[in-house]
Write a protein that binds this ligand. Structure first.
Ligand code: PXP
Length: 250
């Protein structure tokens, strides 16, 4: 069965909006696991805009399935990963001004630097994945620098799916085909194949059905959906706390 890793960064984004303690991503992780998640993913960004060091420290102790740390290949974050030893690390490119991770990692162009980072993380007993665009040169480079796994970027596919839902055309799904071909090539090269970014309730199935797919990492659509599946109950709980009739003035 294809595994589901849940990215809980968006819970931390809501917490950071008020700078308080709620909602706590550590609690969110436990709820995801109770619901059947196969793993928990967090992205410790260099600017700490959502997930904080404290979250990763606590999640390392509390996650019972598998903790996947998404991170840039930056010295400060590498040190944290080596110290905390998440089960998996997924190396991603990171830009300060982006809303979310925009493209895949240029493994082909940064082979020497990334090879060292992969070796350091593997030496610490961490399984290393590289978040790449579904392009043959990047898949090959990932195998050449000894990564354990690739996570294929599904963002372009998600946009393609969206466009085609609005304006159906007869030609095939070019982006989906790219993911299929890259997945087959990665498997041939002995890499584990994951995928993620922009996957939601309508577009997930064709990617999940790709032969040999190990795990999908999904964040935004699940957290966004949770607001609507949970909103009614949250309002009811608040109503119960209010007195049924107007109280006397103080
Ligand atoms: N995989 C990677 C490497 C990501 O950077 C992200 C976004 O943080 C995801 C998966 C999840 O993407 P989404 O939130 O769009 O489901």
């Amino acid at each position: 069965m294809v595994k589901l890793g849940i990215n809980i960064d968006h819970v931390a984004t809501v917490r950071q909006a008020r700078g308080g303690r709620e909602p706590d991503p550590v609690t969110a992780a436990a709820i995801c696991e109770l619901a059947g998640a196969d793993g928990i993913t967090v992205h410790l960004r260099e600017d700490r805009r959502h997930i904080q060091d404290r979250d990763v420290e606590l999640l390392r102790k509390t996650v019972k399935t598998k903790l996947n740390l998404e991170m840039a290949a930056a010295d400060e974050i590498i040190k944290i990963a080596v110290r905390l030893k998440p089960d998996d690390v997924c190396l991603v490119p990171e830009k300060r001004r982006e809303l979310t991770t925009e493209g895949g990692l240029d493994v082909h162009g940064r082979k020497a630097q990334l090879a060292k980072v992969v070796a350091t993380l593997k030496k610490a007993g961490i399984c290393v994945s590289l978040f790449i665009d579904p392009v043959a040169g990047q898949v090959r480079a990932a195998a050449e620098i000894n990564a354990d796994c690739v996570e294929l970027h599904t963002g372009a596919y998600a946009h393609e799916f969206d466009r085609r839902m609005r304006r159906p055309v007869k030609s095939g799904f070019i982006e989906l085909e790219r993911i299929r071909e890259s997945a087959a090539m990665a498997l041939d090269l002995g890499l584990t194949v994951n995928a993620g970014h922009g996957l939601d309730y309508s577009n997930v199935y064709p990617v999940a059905a790709i032969g040999g797919m190990n795990e999908l990492n999904i964040g935004f659509s699940i957290i966004a959906r949770a607001m609507f599946t949970g909103l009614e109950e949250a309002v009811r709980e608040m109503k119960v706390l209010l007195p049924p009739h107007p109280t006397l003035s103080p």
